[in-house]
Structures are given as C-alpha cells and as structure tokens.
Design a protein around this ligand. Structure first.
Ligand code: ADP
Ligand code: MG
Length: 456
C-alpha cells in the first residue's frame, strides 16, 4: 500500500500556518499601536508645552514680552532625553529661539495646534505650533510659538514594545504548534483505535465492530461492518456448500460399501474377494475424507463462536482412544493411555475432533504390531496431550507445512488420506489459544504430536 502523506501532519501544518499568520498579524498590530501611542504622547506634551509658552506672552509698553516658563521644557524632558528646540516669532520677526527651525506648514487658528514633522540639524524632529494674537502698541500681532523635539525616545519606546511583542508572538506560535500537534493526534485517536480493534481480532472473527465512534467515522464503521457481514455470509455459504457436498458424497458411498460387503460374503473366488476388500477400503477412506471435509467446515464454523466449557482432557483422551480402538486392533496396534488430571476451557466436540485426527494419523502411519502412546499432562499452566507412535516419522520438510490444507507428506505411499487432518487439529487449537507441536518420538523412532492448550 502506498501512503499519501499523513492527515496528522497535514492538520498540524495547517494549524501551525494559521498560528504563524495570527502571530505575525498580532506582532504587526502591537508594533503599529505602540508607535502611534508613543507619537501621540509626544504630540500631547509638545502641544501642552507650546500652549504653556504662548500663555505667558503679554504686551508691555507696546512690545511683546515673554518669560520662558521652566515647566514648559521640564515636561518635555520628562518623556525622553531628546533635544528640544523652540522658536517664538511675532509676525515674521523672531522674538527668541532658533530662527532656522522649519516654519510650520500652516498658521494655526487661535486655540488650535499644528503638528509637523521635519528635519532639523540633521535629525528628524516633531514640531507643535500654536499662535495667539498679542496686542502690542496700536494693533495686535500674531505671535507663533513652535516647540520641536527629536524623536529618538519615540523610536526607542516603540522598538522596545515591538521587541516584547515579537517575543510574545514567537512564544504564542510555539505553544500553538505544540497544541496543534496534540489536537491532531487526539482527533486521529479514534481512527487508530478502530484500526487496532480490527487488527487485534482473530483471523476468522467477522463479528461487526461494536464501539462508539465519532460522527465522521460512522460511515467507515458502517461500510466496514457491512463488508465483514458480506464476507461472513459468503464464507458461511461456501462452508455450507462443502458440508452439504460431503454429506451427499457419503450417503451413496455407504450404499456402495454395504453392497460390496454383501458381495464379499457371497463370492468364493479369493482374487474377487481381494478386489472387493480393496474396494471397501477405498470407500472407507473416501468416506473418511468426506467426513474430514465436513469436520473442517464445522471447525471453521464453530471456532467463530467458541464454547468455553470446562473439558477434562483425561476423559477426552480415554473416549477418543476408545473410539479408535477397533481401527488400531485391525493393525494389531496397542493403544497405551497414561493420563493425569488436566482441565481446559473449550469446545469438547472440537477438541475431540482434533485429537481424533492426530490419533488417527498415528495409527494410520504406524506399521502393524506397534504401540501408540497417549499421555495427558499439565505443566506451567499448559495442558498437553501427546500422541507418540513408532511409525516412519514426519519426513524431512518442516513439520508445520503439514498443517496446510490438503498437504500430505512424502511418506503416504499407499495410505489414503485427504491432507486435512492436521489442518483441522491446528485450527481447533488455534481457536482455543493453543498450538500443535511436532517432535520425534521419545523412543528415537516415530513421531510425537502434542496438542497444547492453556490449562484451567
Ligand atoms: N503420526 C504420523 N507419522 C508420520 N507421518 C505423519 C503422522 N501424522 C501426520 N503425518 C504426515 O502429515 C501429513 C498430513 O497429515 P494429515 O493432515 O492428517 O493428512 P492425511 O493424514 O490425510 O494425509 C500426512 O500426509 C503425513 O505425511
Ligand atoms: Mg490424517
């Protein structure tokens, strides 16, 4: 599967992008507002200073007089250490101050302040100008007072505020990125939980997923459940089909067997009898194979919804051995039973089926006049039924491969079988949380197949 990026990363990146934009915007706004506030403060003080000076103007013996009030400059000093200039002129004539200070762009009406920005002695200055008519002699003269101040203070204050704003913005951005990552992970968690729930399931668990999911994931859950339902249905259909087919094959086979037995009794010729016996044996094996097909379908069917009743393995072993006693006797094989108490939780029918297949193999592949041993033990929380024979062994290949469906070993010459026995045994054990183990028999000859289950 090719992955195309990550939703989590994309979400984080998107949120981080928004955070970066907001940080930049807020930094820009704070910087602008700080600059404006600093400038407004300077303007207010300049205006107050110019007005204070203008108010001290008076006329004395036909001349305009003024006393520069100390307070007018003191307040300018208070906001910054910037240099201060002033110019007081009656009409065009300079009364006092710096004559070369830039002239205001407009003459302010009485009670109004005109602000200007200009350059004086190589530095940027902010100027406030007020004007006031003063009666000197016969007619009033318009006296203008201009107070100017360099702008280093304003620059410093706004630069400092802008720096603080920048630090805060970066901090905000960092926190926002962290939170975005957390948010992305949190919002994707339900998806991961569903994935984990699906992958935790056993291979044949097709029950619908019953868990709470966020609204956005509901369609996914619904279609997943529908898919599983359809899959389950089609598996069930094919299992039903196999079971039905096996059943239909077995019925006529039973008829053939009966007829062959009747014929066997009535013919006298030895060669005919041998031929009929061969037919009966082949029919028996075919019937068994058909039975195994049926068993296989049953196992797959029951393993989905496993019963968990206590099962006594010693009893189970005795029962199964009893059922195969006759088959063993036909080959003069002795069945030895050696059991200790062992209990597991599970489906007795399935477990019996698994053991029967393993024991059947032991009898089937052993030479005549040998022994097959069945032992039941519990150790380290595990119950174990071991079936050992004195047969030819499992051959050279990996033993696990023999559990594959329809897989038969290379030692089966002349022995009829379907290759399903070990598959059934393994499936039953897997469904019970157990396993099938293969080893050489303890006596150096033959095979030991063990059914291992979690003990109760
Ligand atoms: N006890 C045994 N001794 C020797 N070979 C065995 C034994 N049990 C199983 N096998 C090998 O494992 C193969 C698979 O077994 P199984 O699935 O029961 O299929 P089948 O018995 O129908 O051939 C057999 O064909 C045989 O080669
Ligand atoms: Mg078999």
């Amino acid at each position: 599967m090719k992955t195309t990026g990550s939703i989590g990363r994309r979400l984080t990146l998107l949120l981080a992008g928004v955070a970066a934009l907001l940080s930049l915007l807020s930094w820009g706004m704070v910087t602008t507002l700080a600059r404006q506030a600093a400038e407004r403060t300077q303007d207010n003080v300049l205006a107050a200073s110019a007005t204070t000076i203008a108010e001290t103007l008076r006329s004395e013996q036909g001349e305009v007089r003024l006393e520069l009030p100390y307070s007018a400059f003191a307040m300018l000093d208070a906001i910054s250490q910037d240099r201060v200039f002033y110019r007081i002129a009656a009409g065009d004539a300079l009364l006092t101050g710096y004559d070369d200070l830039p002239v205001p762009t407009a003459v302010p009406a009485p009670g109004q302040v005109v602000f200007d920005t200009g350059v004086y002695s190589g530095e940027a200055v902010r100027m406030a100008t007020v004007s006031r008519p003063v009666v000197a002699g016969s007619q009033p003269v318009q006296v203008t007072v201009t107070v100017a101040q360099t702008r280093h203070g304003v620059g410093t204050i706004s630069a400092e505020l802008s720096r603080v704003a920048a630090i805060l913005s970066v901090a905000f951005f960092a926190v926002a990125v962290g939170l975005s990552a957390v948010a992305a992970r949190t919002s994707l968690r339900p998806l991961n939980e569903i994935a984990a729930a699906v992958s935790r399931r056993g291979p044949s668990d097709l029950r619908p997923l019953r868990r709470d999911a966020p609204e956005e994931l509901a369609p996914l859950m619904t279609s997943l459940n529908r898919l599983m339902e359809r899959l389950g249905q089609s598996i069930r259909r094919s299992e039903d089909f196999i079971a039905e087919a096996a059943h239909r094959v077995r019925t006529p086979l039973a008829v053939v067997r009966t007829q062959a037995e009747i014929a066997l009794r009535s013919v006298g010729d030895e060669a005919e009898k041998t031929r009929l016996r061969r037919i009966i044996r082949a029919v028996d094996e075919s019937s068994r194979s058909a039975g195994q097909l049926l068993d296989h379908a049953t196992v797959a069917w029951r393993a989905d919804d496993l019963a968990r009743a206590p099962v006594d393995l010693a009893e189970l072993a005795a029962q199964t051995a009893g059922a195969l006693e006759a088959t063993a006797a036909m080959k003069d094989i002795r069945l030895h039973l050696d059991t200790a108490p062992a209990r597991v939780a599970g489906d007795a029918v399935l477990l019996e089926n698994a053991l029967r297949n393993v024991l059947d193999n032991a009898i089937k592949y052993s030479p005549e006049d040998t022994a097959v041993r069945l032992s039941v033990r519990t150790a380290d929380g595990e119950a174990r039924i071991a079936v050992s024979d004195e047969g030819p062994g499992l051959g050279t290949g990996p033993a696990e491969a023999l559990t594959e469906r329809f897989r038969r070993g290379d030692n089966t010459e002349g022995i009829v079988g379907s290759g399903l026995g070990l598959t059934i045994a393994r499936d039953v054990l897997t469904a019970h949380g157990g396993r099938l183990e293969f080893a050489p028999a303890p006596k150096g000859r033959g095979t030991c197949v063990s059914l291992v289950l979690p003990s109760l």
